[in-house]
Ligand binder design. Structure first.
Ligand code: GUN
Length: 309
């Protein structure tokens, strides 16, 4: 892996290896799950609810269920048709809230249009809300820097802290204002004492905002929108985008995954950057597993920090 000083902008950015970081988190989760079973007779359980047949959601849910099992936790899967009523979905959430074997509940988004997403996420018991999307956990993060932290922004933060242990006082730019990534990322960077700007589709001069950023988190869902010459030399770039694009190769057209940042250009300017794939992507499920341990421990009065020794 090429190494560069994250403050230096030396010509080739250091690649931030999310795959390796996620593997370390999963290994820690597996150790904690084993200790919970051995010392407390407790097997953490994660319930995943999938509504409809969206292919991307099916892949995510399959991976979540598989990795839950691989780390020694129990998974519960509910599949409901796209035509399911909001009332029936609320009944399912209520059933999972009441089930003592379930410590974490995740309803895969997006939901069909006739279902009000906020009504569902807010119905999940805050203690079991491992996505951190409910209004209670959103409020806890905003007002107190506490509560269950949404998985993708948590993954970004963990990668950032590994790359730049001293975040206080840095200029951070979050591009994107979604409830899933942009807004919680703003709160997390504030909690780390960064000076944070949030840019979005109505921002007037995105290039200039980017050029001021020591830390740039891109979460807009537009392939390669952030150009290399917008990056501040030496900046740390966290690319949340996972976009499928068609590229022409000598063998003909094929599909490729790219981020929201023009990686090939940015890697020459940034101090450190996450690749796509292999950057933020693997961190999301790893953080979901970590949140499930946190939730199980909180529900049983166990200190998760005491499980690792
Ligand atoms: N859809 C896309 N990302 C997520 C996520 O992190 N959690 C859930 N529940 N749905 C998603």
């Amino acid at each position: 892996m090429p190494e560069a000083d994250p403050g230096g902008g030396s010509g080739t950015a250091r690649l931030i290896d999310g795959k390796a970081a996620a593997a370390r988190i999963r290994a820690e989760v597996a150790r904690q799950a084993a200790a919970l079973a051995a010392r407390h007779g407790l097997v953490p359980g994660l319930a995943v609810v999938l509504v409809g047949e969206d292919p991307a959601s099916q892949v995510y849910v399959r991976n979540k269920v598989r990795q839950t099992g691989e780390t020694g936790m129990r998974s519960f899967e509910t599949r409901l048709p796209a035509t399911v009523s909001q009332a029936r979905l609320l009944d399912e959430v209520a059933r999972l809230n009441a089930d003592p074997a379930v410590h974490g509940i995740l309803v895969q988004l997006p939901l069909p249009k006739h279902v009000e997403e906020a009504a569902i996420t807010d119905a999940i018991a805050p203690a079991k809300d491992v996505d951190g999307f409910s209004i209670v956990n959103t409020g806890l993060l905003a007002a107190r820097g506490a509560g269950m932290i949404p998985c993708t922004p948590l993954g970004c933060l963990l990668l950032l802290k590994e790359t730049r242990p001293a975040l206080a006082g840095l200029n951070a730019l979050v591009v994107g204002r979604s409830n899933i990534v942009g807004k919680p990322m703003l709160q997390l960077l504030l909690r780390e004492h960064c000076t944070v700007t949030v840019a979005h589709s109505r921002t007037r001069n995105l290039a200039d905002e980017c050029r001021r950023a020591d830390i740039l988190v891109a979460a807009i869902g537009k392939p390669r929108m952030i150009r290399g010459d917008w990056i501040r030399p030496g900046a740390t770039v966290i690319d949340v985008g996972i976009n499928r694009v068609r590229v022409d190769t000598p063998e003909g057209p094929r599909e490729k995954l790219v981020g929201d940042v023009d990686f090939d250009a940015a890697v020459r300017v940034a101090g450190a950057i996450t690749p796509v794939p292999g950057g933020v992507g693997p961190m999301t499920i790893a953080c979901l597993l970590r949140n499930t341990i946190t939730a199980a421990c909180a529900q049983h009065g166990v200190d998760p920090g005491g499980l690792s020794g």
